[in-house]
Design a protein around this ligand. Structure first.
Ligand code: HEC
Length: 138
């Protein structure tokens, strides 16, 4: 009987703890973005958060804009989040986050940015490829 209780306890323990551990790693990017980024970038990531007003000389980036976001590598996105706009000669209105977020958290935010734009880095399109896809290209 004792053994059975022990066994049940064991099963219940893992049945409850493991899914929680997994859930934690999945929520990160979205939750962090919601907490730290939406006041400027907007709840849907369109660059229209409550702090994004006409007083801002440069508006927060629209993270759903796939044509822009696909020109950035994941590394470039991580770098600008870590070092802020100034680190890539852009607006100081984009704050640096390296003191607030860990490297791992920043990576999960980048994963979330990729969900928002529904895009990946597409690389520099070569002339050769352009000639094939658009006959007008010289
Ligand atoms: C105080 C307002 C503000 C907050 C908060 C903020 N941003 Fe920004 N962000 C900006 C502005 C303004 C720009 C546009 C900078 C420019 O184009 O010069 C920007 C640009 C960006 C860019 C595009 C950089 C590029 O390559 O052009 C990324 C990516 C980004 N922010 C991510 C984030 C993330 C992730 C967070 C939260 C951790 C965040 N931002 C929080 C204001 C903010």
């Amino acid at each position: 009987m004792k053994m059975l209780i022990f066994y049940l306890f064991f099963v219940l323990y893992f049945a409850t703890i493991l899914p929680l551990a997994n859930a934690e790693s999945e929520i990160d990017g979205h939750t962090l973005y919601f907490y730290w980024c939406t006041q400027c970038h907007g709840v849907a990531g369109r660059g229209d958060g409550v702090n994004s007003t006409s007083d801002m000389r440069i508006n927060p980036r629209d993270h759903t804009d796939a044509s822009y976001m696909s020109t950035r590598t994941d590394q470039q996105l991580e770098d600008v989040i870590k070092g802020g706009g100034v680190s890539i000669s852009k607006s100081s209105m984009m704050p640096p986050w390296r003191a607030t977020l860990t490297d791992k958290e920043i990576k999960s935010v980048v994963l979330y940015l990729r969900k928002l734009c529904n895009c990946q880095f597409e690389g520099v399109v070569s002339d050769e490829k352009l000639r094939k896809t658009s006959p007008d290209f010289k």
